[in-house]
Design a protein around this ligand. Structure first.
Ligand code: AMP
Ligand code: ZN
Length: 524
């Protein structure tokens, strides 16, 4: 049996906070990954959850477990500061950028897809838009109302968390404490601080841009509702795995669980496995859009890093570890990627491998041939002829490669231990005892899980650092002066001045990237 399935896939479940055997409940695993709010460019931290979810789905594929993945696009409902009464993030962005909300959603959804593709994240089966599910969200909230889980206030319809047994288990919340102190936002009439809006009604005299009519008046859905509704619509009422950034473990997912279990009222946990990635940090703080300009993948590319170097940087840490984004770490990742591609390129074309079974079949097929050849050789030896040394070595080589494939399987099965997987790949690449054929299979197997494009990435593409070309020395000095002024303004937290200077630099065709060791700049 172990031969068929390999190492048992074990995942760290935030629900219970322990590593558990992953046992799918259905024939097709339902995987829901909370998607982006499309009101600005995704920053580097925002992309970590999708590289992590991609690793998870590659692990499922590797194990031959059928799955269906849904990633939502939040284009309505997410209020500023995750609050219940504030303006929608998209509406604020539309006003700021003097565009329509539709244009904002389209622009930043595209930017998200561009980054996903650049990071070689395999496409999900569905990318539902929240704005297309508002009718279902209203119906869902109506059902909660019928079941007695809600109360209505002038500001909207609220979920009464005191009616939800086990509210906050995911976040390890002390229920009474959470109800008292959980949220700071004051909402007139709200019974408990943890109660959250299912429907956000328009204030008298204030007309939202995105608005729908509902039994609780004109308004917009609460943020948490969309994920419960869209996941159930596309994956069924119960499904296996829900993922997101670790911040979601504390609020968004807590509320998704409360309303979904209330809606289903079947006494079963809604989703059994909850997986969360840790944050990407910059200067020891979470990278957050609200803290001012934040580095994007495009900034890295401008600065000469390949997107696969960023993917490698992420995979070099475990998804549950915080990762510090530094220039040194990115330089390291870029150098490792360069060496890796240079080492792998001569082995191409790599065989097609997606699954453990496939990798084993390729190796055992050659092992069978080799064993046959070895038997023939030993028969020849018995007959007095010299044994063919190369044939004998082939047998050993295949076993060596097979051992690496098993080690790769052990690493991914151990809660997606990508650092260990990378180390195993490097070890195989250095191993003098592995045959070129075996190594090809090992590299292809590792990359089926890592997704670093080891089969096709052009070594020349990896390094495209753009020099500051033919600028006159005075021009370079002027640019450096502006960059230094901007750094000073940022130090003094004079954000408006810093933004002005960035705009000036922009106009000069200069792209500034902020790194923990100071800004770097490139010409566009
Ligand atoms: P948002 O677009 O703000 O809804 O966030 C999209 C995803 O990015 C969510 O799963 C967040 O938890 C995640 N996220 C936000 N900031 C970071 C960060 N610095 N590191 C890792 N994940 C993050
Ligand atoms: Zn969500």
């Amino acid at each position: 049996m172990a031969w068929v399935t390999g190492h048992q896939l074990r995942l760290y479940n935030s629900l219970g906070r322990r590593t558990e055997d992953f046992t799918p409940a259905a024939d097709v695993v339902g995987l829901y990954s909370c998607g982006p709010t499309v009101y600005s460019f995704p920053h580097l931290g925002n992309m970590r959850p999708y590289v992590f979810a991609d690793t998870l789905r590659r692990a499922l594929r590797w194990k031959g477990i059928p799955f269906r993945q849904v990633v939502n696009i939040t284009d309505v409902g997410h209020a500023v500061a995750d609050s219940d009464t504030g303006e929608d993030k998209l509406e604020v962005a539309a006003a700021r950028e003097r565009r329509s909300v539709e244009e904002i959603a389209a622009l930043y959804t595209n930017a998200f897809f561009t980054d996903l593709a650049a990071l070689n994240v395999l496409p999900a089966d569905e990318y539902p838009r929240a704005s297309e599910y508002v009718e279902q969200m209203i119906a869902f909230a109506e059902r909660l109302e019928e079941l007695g889980f809600t109360y209505q206030l002038p500001s909207g319809l609220y979920f009464d968390t005191s009616k939800s047994p086990g509210y906050g288990t995911l976040a390890l919340l002390d229920l009474a404490g959470q109800r008292e102190t959980g949220r700071v936002e004051h909402v007139e009439g709200r019974k408990h601080n943890s109660d959250f809006a299912l429907w956000r009604a328009e204030e008298p005299g204030v007309r939202r841009v995105m608005r729908w009519n509902s039994p609780w008046g004109w308004g917009a859905p609460g943020w948490h509702l969309e994920c419960s509704v869209m996941s159930m619509a596309l994956l069924g009422e119960h499904f296996d795995i829900h993922t997101g950034g670790v911040d979601h473990r504390e609020l968004h997912h807590v509320n998704e669980i409360a309303q979904s279990e209330a809606f289903l009222s079947d006494g079963r946990p809604w989703v059994p496995y909850w997986l969360h990635n840790e944050f990407l940090l910059l200067n020891n703080a979470k990278i957050a859009k609200s803290a001012g300009p934040v580095p994007r993948l495009a900034d890295l590319v401008e600065a000469g890093y390949h997107p696969m170097a960023y993917r490698l940087f992420l995979l070099g840490g475990h998804y549950r570890s915080q990762l510090d984004f530094t220039t040194g770490a990115m330089d390291g990742a870029q150098a490792t990627l360069r060496r890796l591609i240079a080492r792998v390129a001569p082995l191409r074309p790599l065989p097609h491998v997606e699954t453990l079974a496939g990798a084993r079949a390729q190796l055992s097929a050659s092992a069978v041939t080799a064993v046959g050849a070895a038997a023939a050789a030993s028969a020849a030896a018995e007959a007095g002829a010299a044994a063919d040394a190369t044939v004998t070595r082939d047998v050993v080589d295949d076993k060596t490669a097979l051992a690496y494939v098993e080690a790769i399987d052990a690493a991914i099965a151990n809660d997606l231990a990508t650092p260990k997987l990378l180390a195993t790949l490097q070890e195989a690449l250095r191993d003098p005892d592995i045959s070129p054929e075996g190594l090809r299979v090992v590299v292809a197997a590792a990359d089926a899980l890592l997704g670093l494009r080891l089969a096709d990435l052009d070594p020349a593409e990896v390094d495209q650092r753009r020099p500051a070309t033919d600028l006159a020395p005075e021009q370079v000095q002027a640019i450096e002066r502006l960059v230094a002024e901007r750094t000073q303004a940022r130090k003094e937290k004079n954000w408006s001045r810093a933004d002005e200077i960035r705009a000036e630099l922009d106009a000069l065709g200069v792209q500034v990237t902020d790194t923990p060791t100071g800004p770097t700049w490139q010409l566009r």
